[in-house]
Design a protein. Structure first.
Length: 154
């Protein structure tokens, strides 16, 4: 596994340095810095986004790879995989899993925005985040409501 980098700025600088020094893509630089933490089945997570988006197990492994990369580099995980797991979980009526993956990503956003001047709620309201970040944030209370209803019915 790669070394733990300091701040997110340091991580991004290190990624950029590797890209320039070794003339490699961003994904390859992250792979080098993390010892391959950003790989799933030997491919970068983004390579699974189109063909694997309906495979919940693959999307969960992509979430794990994104989290591992985040822990090493501080580079925020791509929200796409967390949203896909939530959508697929909801379709399977696995509302606990849906809520868990949404919460996992929202917790990261909360940690990251705790360092900034703007609270997360305000950033979502003003749509300063990516549309997928906002979609995850907005979807979480609905997922929790579905989970509560499911628990009442069982």
């Amino acid at each position: 596994m790669g070394r733990k980098l300091g701040s997110q700025d340091e991580a991004l600088e290190s990624i950029f340095d590797v890209m320039v020094d070794e003339n490699v893509s961003r994904g390859e630089a992250v792979e080098k810095l993390t010892g391959g933490a950003n790989l799933v089945d030997g491919k970068h997570t983004w390579e699974h986004a189109t063909d694997g988006k309906h495979d919940i197990d693959l999307m969960k492994r992509c979430c794990e790879a994104e989290l591992a990369t985040y822990k090493i580099t501080g580079d925020l995980p791509a929200p796409f995989y967390f949203l896909r797991v939530a959508i697929l979980s909801s379709k399977q009526k696995k509302h606990q899993q849906e809520a868990d993956y949404l919460q996992m990503f929202v917790d990261i956003l909360c940690r990251e925005y705790a360092r900034d001047d703007m609270p997360l709620e305000e950033a979502v309201k003003k749509r300063v985040l990516s549309s997928t970040d906002c979609e995850i944030y907005d979807r979480l209370p609905k997922a929790k409501a579905r989970l509560a209803k499911q628990k009442l019915e069982s």
